[in-house]
Design a protein around this ligand. Structure first.
Ligand SMILES: N[C@@H](CCC(=O)N[C@@H](CS)C(=O)NCC(=O)O)C(=O)O
Ligand SMILES: [Fe+2]
Length: 290
């Protein structure tokens, strides 16, 4: 029988993202997965309200946050990893594929202060690595496809799947970002779904499928296999890839793509200040032909 960690979910309405506090019931050792920083792009105002909520919840549960874990370099929200790391002295981990994302976006986004060899993170995980969390173990599964850096964290009977699968009635993540690959995502999802049917799966987003009123972010391997609208009932790889690529061709870039990525590839650190102490995000422009 697999052990069951204590899990609290925190939904961010502005970005439809879900962050998790996952704790070992025996020791209180905890991880925060995919924390969100509150960001108003129009005013440039950054706040840590969501972080405060998570840290309060950790304190209420007598949990000690050992790890902040990112499932990938998010394209739709700023990561609060660096804030939690500073406030609580936690370690920050992500998949080793983040190095590829740094190489792709770093030069475009003037992120030349990125530390070499993933130095903005405490650990970059390879596929299959196992890290202790009190008496529990965090198993890292590389699950690329949405991005090359995507990982799933398996803790006891729960898997935090990042942007791979969404709720069964919504489907799966887009694969059109640089380094994204629908075939790779299909293979990644097959690996996740080869776990026991009762494995609890926790999503990174919920966009509410048409016709569904309530938010939802928890499902199981069995439910995904039976009724995921993109891959349930045994959809084959070629059919999935054709569907995914057709849908991706219709999707707009996330509203905060470049602003988010330049912070998230720095492990949630803001760009360095200028001589006046002000910090700026950059937005590369695509101009019309002249
Ligand atoms: N409207 C959102 C879109 C966010 C988005 O593209 N989400 C990604 C995950 S980072 C996704 O896979 N979306 C799937 C879909 O929209 O079908 C925004 O502008 O931020
Ligand atoms: Fe994503």
């Amino acid at each position: 029988m697999l052990s069951a960690p204590n899990i609290a979910a925190f939904f961010d309405e502005a970005t439809n993202s879900v962050s998790y506090l996952v704790a070992d019931p025996d020791t209180g050792a905890a991880a925060v997965i995919d924390p969100v920083l509150d960001f108003d792009a129009a005013s440039g105002k950054v706040e840590a309200r969501s972080v405060d909520t998570i840290l309060r919840a950790a304190d209420d549960r007598n949990a000690t946050i050992i790890w902040v874990l990112e499932t990938h370099a998010h394209a739709d929200h700023l990561s609060a990893a660096s804030v939690i790391r500073q406030r609580r002295g936690t370690k920050l981990g992500a998949g080793v594929g983040i190095l590829e994302v740094q190489r792709t976006f770093g030069p475009l986004l003037h992120a030349d202060d990125i530390l070499p060899q993933g130095g903005d993170f405490d650990r970059l995980f390879d596929d299959g690595e196992k890290i202790p969390l009190g008496n529990l173990e965090i198993e890292v599964m590389a699950t690329p496809g949405h991005t090359p850096a995507c990982v799933t964290y398996v803790i006891g009977d729960a898997a935090f799947v990042g942007d791979t699968l969404f709720m069964p009635d919504y489907g799966t993540a887009r694969c059109d970002f640089p380094g994204g690959d629908a075939r790779a995502l299909y293979q990644s999802m097959q690996r996740t779904l080869s776990r026991p049917r009762e494995t609890r799966l926790f999503m990174c987003h919920d966009y509410k499928a048409p016709g569904r009123e309530c938010l939802a972010w928890e499902t199981t391997v069995g439910e995904q296999l039976d009724r995921n609208v993109h891959i349930g009932g045994g959809v084959g790889e070629d059919d999935y890839v054709a569907m995914r690529e057709k849908r991706d061709a219709t999707l707009k870039a996330p509203k905060l793509l470049y602003l988010d990525i330049q912070v998230n590839i720095r492990g949630g650190r803001m760009p360095p200040p200028d001589a006046q102490g002000r910090r700026y995000l950059v937005l590369p422009l695509t101009l019309p032909a002249t």
